[in-house]
Write a protein of this length. Sequence first.
Length: 248
Amino acid sequence: MTSVERHAGIRRFTSRFLDLLLPPQCLACGMTIDQQGGHSATCWEAVNFLSSPCCAACGYPFEFNAGEEALCATCLERRPVYGRARAVMRYAIPARDLVLGFKHGDRTYAAPAFGRWLYRAGQELLAEADMLVPVPLHWTRLFQRRFNQSALIAHALARLSGVPIRTGLLVRHRRTASQGMLSPAARRRNVSGAFALRRGGGNGIAGQRILLVDDVMTTGATAEACAETLLDAGAAGVDVLTLARVLR
C-alpha cells in the first residue's frame, strides 16, 4: 500500500467515525441524512432551481420562452454593467436556510456540494471564463466570520471546472451598511466605490473574461460595483454566478 492510499484510507475511516458520532444533518431542516453538506429529500423537492428561459442579462426567470436575447423589464430600462448573471436557485425557504446555515452557521463542509451546483448551473459562463473571482468581504467582517463564503464556493467550483481562481484580486476597502432594507438605488449608492483592485493585483486582467462568484444576488448592486472595478482595469467582460438570487 502506498502512502497516498494509506492516507486516503485514514481519511475515509475518520469521516465514517465522525459521521457515527455526529450524524450528518440537512443544512435547511436538520433532518439526519447520508452525507455531510447534503439535504433531505423534502428540502430538495422544495428548492426552486432556476433554469432557462430567463433574461439574457440578469438571469431573471421567464414563464415562457421569449427568445435567447430577451431582456426583463428592469434590464430593458437599465442594462447591468456585467454581461450575464445566472444563479442556481431562488432565495426563498428552504434555499434561504441552506445559504444562511452555510454562511452564518459555520457549516463550511457544504462548500463542495454548492460548488457542484454552481458547476451545473454555470456551464455556459464557465465555457468562456478565463478566471474566477469571488466577491470579497471587508476585513472586519472576514475577521468576525473567519471565512469568506464566496471564496469557499469559488474554490470548490475552480476544482471542478479547472478555471483558475484569483481570490486576492478584489478588495472591499470600505465597509458598507447592510443592504437588507435598502432600495435598489440606495444599494447602488451604498456599494459605489467600495471595491478596488489589490495593490499590484491588476496584472493579467487586461483582455480576460472574468466570472464573478457570490453567494446571493439581491438587486445586483454588489455585482455591478465589482464588475465596474474589473472592467475599468481592462477586463474584456464580467459575468456573474451566484448560489441563489432574490426574485422580485
